[in-house]
Design a protein around this ligand. Structure first.
Ligand code: ADP
Length: 181
């Protein structure tokens, strides 16, 4: 059974990695799919996020990393996957995630969303928390994979404390609906 783990991953955290590692024990294949959302101004462009995730999942044999544009269910159909993997941290996640799971089910009744409860040590952790700490010069070494911490450090190195680094534009939206590599 193939599972898609969709998300922004801007950047990937140890909480995301924990979900990927545990998902790999449950599914034959886990496709980590970075959503290319033109509405958001990300810290890292999609392609860099894909590479960051590839680097820190090298030890996992049944992981694939990809990016996509559009509806997650359409991407799942394209990849022949009937499971969406998501992580749950708190009640606040639950409301949003439940709504999304129901919505996706109305779009394709064969899709199922499987939730994994966060490991306790990562229950507070989000990409936004990481960016907030880095913005004020704090260390994020204990929150993200090592190489990602270096990338973040570099990103904020020339930015005054508390300021947001210049917005990195996404690469142009591909002409085809999906960007499957
Ligand atoms: P999105 O913008 O789609 O919420 P994210 O990259 O923030 O994308 O998160 C992707 C998925 O990973 C979501 O299901 C989210 O709840 C889950 N997740 C994020 N951080 C953690 C964490 N610390 N522990 C477990 N799951 C997490």
């Amino acid at each position: 059974m193939i599972a898609i783990y969709p998300g922004s991953f801007d950047p990937i955290t140890l909480g995301h990695l924990d979900i990927i590692e545990r998902g790999c024990k449950l599914f034959e294949r886990v496709i980590v799919a970075v959503l290319c959302n033109p509405e958001k101004s990300p810290l890292f462009p999609v392609q860099e996020r894909v590479e960051q995730i590839r680097r820190c999942t090298q030890h996992l044999e049944n992981v694939e990393v990809d990016s996509f544009v559009g509806l997650t269910v359409d991407y799942a159909k394209l990849r022949n996957a009937k499971v969406l993997l998501r992580g749950l941290r708190a009640v606040s996640d639950f409301e949003k995630e439940l709504q999304m799971a129901h919505t996706n089910h109305t779009l394709w009744d064969e899709i199922e969303t499987v939730f994994l409860a966060t490991s306790n040590e990562y229950s507070f952790l989000s990409s936004s928390v990481v960016k907030e700490i880095a913005k004020f010069g704090g260390s994020v070494d204990h929150l993200v994979p090592q190489q990602v911490a270096l990338d973040i450090c570099q990103c904020y190195a020339e930015t005054p404390p508390g300021a947001t680094p210049p917005i990195i534009m996404n690469p142009p939206t591909p002409l085809n609906h999906f960007q499957v590599e």
